[in-house]
Design a protein around this ligand. Structure first.
Ligand code: AMP
Ligand code: MG
Length: 329
């Protein structure tokens, strides 16, 4: 071979160099919905990418205002405030996610339940040294938990909690929904290689540097370490864990995900990762499986089409659903 002559077809090389020169990438990192938010986009036009990131961020902020349950105002706050009094008219997006929440409740036999909040607020993991609530307190709160207390009226577009003590919280599905809609905004603006990550809830479209996006799954007991990496393209991945928000009292860990049937924090899993076509669904299912525990949770996953899961049980045993096992090397 001649010295100084590059290998390969010169035309192909020229095309490759051109493609590399034109590929642009943008990342935005910040906070939203009480957690970290990262948005990534790749394409050939920098200005389009900037616009897409901006639109995605605005979309998340819009949904945050709609779904918050701790600020002074907002449609979800209004549903809670009017519990036991009157139905509240809600925006279309909120109505959709409330409806989807009830569907996942039904699917998971009540393990996923946005009315968990009446019992959830007894577990004050956000305080420094919170008390464990008494069994009486838990029992009293449970009277106000149950997804059938939420009545949706499709024709009127209203939501109604039928007991004064009922509360709903969308922490287990709202971020996922916001991720889906943020990604949709970017696609509408012509960006097809993009990713939205809301602390562990990830939805990815297209590819990254010509390859599937790689999503690291956090080790539930070793902060900063990943215990698995999933290659994904046009797929959502959500992880629920007992390690993010919790307190430990007398050696026992009390996490932020409540078993709506008992009013106590679920303790069957350290972490649950679910993949599904939409992030709202993956998000809700990860929470549901964490409540159901490794055996019943995996049974649910295996019953659902296009849904896979990776479960770390309370004792550290890892199990993968059949579709994920087939994909592993
Ligand atoms: P995730 O990280 O998606 O599992 O969401 C956890 C959050 O969902 C918690 O911090 C609560 O706000 C809320 N939550 C807790 N228990 C439940 C439950 N059983 N069903 C639905 N939401 C829940
Ligand atoms: Mg969730």
């Amino acid at each position: 071979m001649d010295q100084g002559q590059p290998e390969g077809n010169p035309v192909e090389i020229a095309v490759l160099v051109l493609a590399l020169a034109q590929a642009e990438s943008r990342i935005w990192k910040g906070e939203a919905m009480g957690s970290s938010l990262k948005i990534q986009a790749s394409g050939t036009d920098g200005a389009t990418l900037e616009r897409a990131l901006e639109a995605a961020r605005e979309e998340v902020a819009r949904l945050d205002r709609m779904m918050t349950d701790w600020k002074d105002s907002g449609p979800l706050m209004e549903i809670n405030r009017q519990a036991g009094t009157r139905p509240v008219e809600v925006p279309r997006d909120l109505f959709f996610i409330l409806k989807r929440s009830l569907q996942v409740s039904e699917l998971s036999d009540g393990a996923f339940d946005i009315t968990y909040a009446a019992a959830g607020r007894l577990w004050r993991w956000w305080e420094k040294n919170p008390p464990v609530p008494s069994p009486e307190e838990v029992r009293a709160a449970l009277a106000n938990v149950g997804w059938r207390h939420l009545r949706l009226d499709e024709a009127r577009g209203t939501a109604y909690l039928d007991r004064p003590g009922c509360r709903i919280g969308l922490g287990a599905i709202g971020p996922g929904y916001a991720g889906d809609l943020a990604l949709r905004k970017m696609k509408e603006l012509g960006v097809h290689d993009a990713l939205v990550n809301l602390s562990g809830d990830v939805v990815a479209a297209g590819t990254h540097d010509g390859r599937p996006w790689e999503i690291s799954i956090r080790h539930p007991r070793r902060p900063g370490e990943a215990f698995a990496v999933l290659p994904v393209s046009n797929l959502a991945v959500s992880t629920s864990g007992d390690y993010e928000r919790f307190f430990i009292k007398d050696g026992k860990r009390y996490g932020h995900i409540i078993d709506p049937r008992t009013g106590y924090p679920a303790d069957g899993c350290q972490s649950v990762t679910v993949t599904a076509p939409s992030l709202a669904f993956a998000d809700a299912l990860a929470t549901a499986v964490l409540v159901l525990g490794p055996v019943k949770g995996m049974e649910l996953v295996e019953r659902l089409e296009s849904v896979e899961a990776l479960i770390v049980a309370a004792d550290g045993t890892v199990s993968a659903s059949s579709g994920l096992k087939r994909r592993s090397p």
